[in-house]
Design a binder for this molecule. Structure first.
Ligand SMILES: NC(=O)c1ccc[n+]([C@@H]2O[C@H](COP(=O)([O-])OP(=O)(O)OC[C@H]3O[C@@H](n4cnc5c(N)ncnc54)[C@H](O)[C@@H]3O)[C@@H](O)[C@H]2O)c1
Length: 310
């Protein structure tokens, strides 16, 4: 298969490229490098340096590569940026995504896989609940609203013959995640612990608590689901990708601190505006299809080891 990965030079997209290439597919990345890096791409994966808002450049890339399947990872991927710049977020995440869908429809692409969000789309998940796909979404940020809007457009494109799979990711972490943004606490902690720089635990309810609860999921699990969906082999058109297990920020930090002799100062700050306190996904369809996801006990040391090697 010829697989085009939008956002392929980013964190998750580069892992999708790598694994798709390793399993024998012809792979290309399409990325404007606004956040991604060329060096994230494995050798043998050409890059179309294109902004998904640029319809003509997109059409040219599709005409050149003629993808059978598209993994659409390209996005303005930060919730807090979307809160500050909702128009820019919608421009990239809604209009840009429609451009990609239009290009798929115009160039006979068979499968479209959409990187949506389970972490932001369901809103607050009270203890001991898990967010199942049937739960009505409560998109509290422009970022989540944009992802939900694109999910809505897929009915229209399915009717036009494009097979579409929505993967709602939990909080994904792993090698190559950008440690310099506002999201991606695992990458931020790894980088700052290794640099001896101070780290902060943003409160869940009040400063000094153990921080928000999230469903931290290793990137390989997201890649598995993407590859199956790209081949039309994902049994569910809408699926949560996560572990179903909540981990608080303090536990995350302690697990990473146990991987070395770190001297970073830790401060405890009030809750961050817009952060939900608890977000955990119901993932039994994912587990039934792809097996048990990697635990944080295994995934965090692997991630720290990668940052150490750098
Ligand atoms: N990381 C997570 O925890 C998480 C959770 C839920 C959903 N997602 C979604 O998964 C996808 C990948 O996220 P990531 O964590 O790898 O982020 P990332 O920022 O590393 O990757 C996104 C890529 O898209 C590219 N991009 C941004 N705007 C573009 C544009 N206008 N045209 C072309 N390329 C553009 C960036 O340069 C970057 O390489 C995104 O759609 C994100 O919303 C991520």
């Amino acid at each position: 298969m010829r697989i085009l990965v939008t956002g392929g030079a980013g964190f998750i997209g580069s892992h999708v490229c790598e694994q798709a290439l390793a399993t024998g597919h012809e792979v290309a990345a399409l990325d404007d490098l606004s956040n991604g890096k060329r060096e994230n791409l494995p050798e043998g994966v050409p890059l179309f340096e294109v902004d998904i808002r640029d319809k003509d450049a997109l059409a040219k890339a599709f005409a050149d590569f003629r993808p059978d399947a598209v993994s659409h990872q390209a996005a303005q991927a930060s919730v807090s940026v979307s809160v500050r710049e909702p128009l820019m977020d919608a421009d990239v995440n809604v209009l840009g995504s429609i451009n990609v869908l239009e290009a798929c429809a115009a160039h006979d692409c068979a499968n479209f896989v959409f990187a949506s969000t389970g972490g932001a789309i369901y809103g607050e998940i009270a203890e001991p609940e898990l967010a199942a796909v049937g739960r009505p979404p409560i998109p509290e940020s422009p970022y989540a609203a944009a992802k939900l809007a694109v999910e809505g457009y897929l009915t229209f494109y399915r009717d036009r013959g494009l097979s579409c799979t929505v993967l709602r990711y939990a909080n994904i972490y792993g090698p190559r995640q950008d440690p310099h943004g506002e999201a991606g606490v695992v990458a931020i902690f790894c980088q700052r612990l290794l640099a001896g720089a101070p780290v902060q635990v943003n409160a869940r309810a009040e400063a000094g608590d153990r921080g928000c609860l999230r469903d931290y999921t290793y990137v390989d699990d997201v890649v598995k689901a993407n590859l199956a969906a790209l081949g039309g082999e994902c049994p569910h058109p809408l699926m949560n990708i996560g572990t179903g297990i909540a981990t608080d920020t303090q536990t995350l930090l302690e697990t990473l601190q146990a991987q070395g002799d770190f001297s970073s100062e830790v401060s405890f700050t009030p809750p961050r505006e817009g952060d939900v306190q608890r977000s955990v996904l119901e993932v039994s369809p994912f587990v039934d299809t792809f097996g048990t996801p990697m635990s944080v006990a295994e995934g965090l040391p692997k991630t720290m080891a990668w940052f150490k090697d750098r």
